[in-house]
Design a protein around this ligand. Sequence first.
Ligand code: PMV
Length: 329
Amino acid sequence: MRATAIAHPNIALVKYWGKRDSVRNLPAAGSISLTLGPLHTRTEVAFTGAQGPDRVELDGEEAEPGAARRVTAVLDLLRHGRPDLGAAHVRSRNDFPTAAGLASSSSGFAALVVAADAAASLGLSPSALSILARRGSGSAARSIFGGFVRMESGVRDDGEDAFARPLAPADHWPLSVCIALTTEGAKKVPSTRGMDHTAQTSPYHHAWIADVDRMLPEAEAIIAARDFDGLARLAEASALRMHASALAADPGVLYWNGATVECMHAVRHLRSQGCPAFFTIDAGPHVKVFCAPASTAAVEEALRCVPGVRDVLHATPAGDARALGTEDR
Ligand code: PMV
């Protein structure tokens, strides 16, 4: 009863920022993302068959209690009706910085549920895995699938219709992503706290949710047509509107540092010079810049020139979360 899985993080192009139910972790609106490699989380789950607490190790260290509780909560859903599985030993590693706005929770919970499903030989469907991953982190529901992915908010109270589905595979559109790391260490306001606080206190929250519903069909059409300029306009608008709503909360939630802002200016300058590039930013200070593959070197160079940028990572569209066969390990 042991298995290992790999999942890739995803970056939202139409952002998720707000829940309709915090207990079941149901999003208030849909979202659209691109799954990115080679960044990945690799997670091993072993069910011991013994009673007792789960043991959770993240990046070689015992997980702090809050993180371990989230893992146990997801595993408890999966263990429902299977007391024989017992306590789990979970070992998870990211090959990129954890909890800094780089979507590590997306790949983390996707890898967890795929590994746990394989370890327990449950044979859950991709939609069921997406629903389970969502209970750990909303964005993780999307990392079950590769390529372009749409998350549905659903309407049911039990959340059984709130899962992601693939829109187009990783090779649909060769895009390149440069990730400018503008700080080290974990972010200050976790996404759940930031989005709940925004929903409760931002006067822009309802307008934001209505706007996401308008953006989703437009984004699907843009992705189907591989319309780079259209995606640039839409993805920057989604990111800036998400942050505008968070900034308008009371007190405002501010994820950016000076380098974050300078990166945005650098990207817009590149674009004005004819370089196809656009930015997006999640619940952290890093800036993700999408560009045509031929422009990757120019984008990287421009980002490295921004004072405060510590490193630039590269990513390209990646595939589904998957359990590893014994030959892969
Ligand atoms: O999955 P969570 O709860 O970490 O929230 C993700 C929120 C954003 O990354 C900011 C946006 C998104 O859609 O991924």
